[in-house]
Ligand binder design. Sequence first.
Ligand code: FES
Ligand code: FES
Length: 164
Amino acid sequence: MSPRVSMVVNGRGVEADVEPRRLLADFLREDVHLYGTHLGCEHGVCGACTVLVDGEPVRSCLMLAVQADGGEVTTVEGLSRDGGLHPLQEAFHEHHALQCGFCTPGFLLTSLYLLRERPDLDDEGEIRAALSGNLCRCTGYQNIVDAVRDAAARMRQDSPTTKG
Ligand code: FES
Ligand code: FES
């Protein structure tokens, strides 16, 4: 019998019977029908499948759905605020930090974690290093780095004393 898993995804409780070997990425896409989490390499290299589990970035192609049982998951669909774009999404849009967009959900989630941990982040080299686990085949990275830097400034403005 398949184990039953339950978790909170983007603030909504979800529950399903899953094969013990079902990947979290497949669970999110095929059972929860959230297709924003992309699968690129499927072996932990590209970062396209990055989501937050209990606030920490994970490769959802390397994590089993049963391992997230009882946890809180954030996917790219959970970023928007009151139907509007998150400052990171606005900055990616304005800085042309995406072309095909395949890598973008992973970059956004990694960046969200990064800016929550380091709201003061401004140094380009540090941003590049922090995002080095996410691969983009289109942009050459500069616009992504510019967007994250700009989003950090926007988020500091939004909540000057708290983590964004
Ligand atoms: S699809 Fe998970 S790291 Fe590439
Ligand atoms: S925008 Fe195409 S892979 Fe990054």
